[in-house]
Design a protein around this ligand. Structure first.
Ligand code: DX5
Ligand code: ZN
Length: 221
């Protein structure tokens, strides 16, 4: 993607949706992204929101909308999420049959294409797709819920992706998602991550503004 981060992406999942405008005012749209977790109660046990909420967020912020689809058959809704205002659309490798085709479909809408892998999925399974990606998302918790503990073992995948990116001179960014607070963000940055999703670590912190500033500072390089 054009600018090589670091970027912090507060996750809407942990925001108070009854105060959406106030919550989104926390972001600096020039540098932060808004991460939107779409869950379908099939791919993951939880159920969250769809394009309607993404389009509400789109009206409230000019920040990059980073839409993480934790759903089965994501290809059926790619265009709809793009129309709702998604800038980056990430699908799960585990949910795709024709992965390359889905990535092409995302790019054809004008959105950036992301691919995510769950903790149990090895890096090698995603490696063949990295040349086709704008963003590679390494889940650092089991997808489905916010507020879980960061899995440090996942950082080996981050480093493997960074090394492959350097070797092949590729341009995708590496995102980590789950359990991100200052310390885990710093560790993920050292491993090679560029984009840091933080739900509870920002919106449920005693002082969300200070927490966001703290994570930004922890990953500043
Ligand atoms: C988990 C979601 C995450 C979630 C992270 O399935 O993909 O984006 O919002 O939440 P925290 O930062 O609270 O672990
Ligand atoms: Zn997510």
């Amino acid at each position: 993607m054009s600018a090589r981060p670091p970027i912090v992406a507060p996750s809407l999942l942990a925001a108070d949706l009854s105060r959406l405008a106030e919550e989104l005012a926390l972001l600096d749209p020039a540098r932060d992204w808004l991460h939107c977790d779409v869950m379908d109660h099939h791919f993951v046990p939880n159920l969250t929101f769809g394009p309607i909420v993404v389009s509400a967020a789109r009206k409230l912020t000019t920040a990059t909308l980073d839409v993480h689809l934790m759903m089965e058959r994501p290809w059926l809704m790619v265009e709809e999420f793009r129309r709702a205002g998604a800038d980056v659309i990430t699908v799960h490798l585990e949910a795709c049959r024709e992965t390359r085709e889905v990535l092409r479909q995302i790019r054809a809408t004008g959105a950036k294409a992301g691919l995510a892998i769950k903790p149990g999925t090895p890096f090698a399974a995603a490696a063949p797709y990295l040349p086709d990606l704008d963003l590679f998302l390494v889940m650092t918790v089991e997808p489905g819920f916010g507020g879980q503990a960061f899995m440090p073992d996942m950082l080996d995948k981050v480093t493997a992706a960074r090394d492959l990116r350097e070797r092949q001179r590729l341009g995708f960014v590496i995102e980590v998602d789950g359990g991100i607070v200052e310390d885990t963000a710093r560790a993920a940055r050292a491993a090679g991550a560029d984009v840091f999703v933080a739900g509870n670590g920002v919106f449920r912190a005693p002082d969300p503004r200070a927490a966001l500033a703290g994570i930004r500072a922890a990953v500043a390089s």
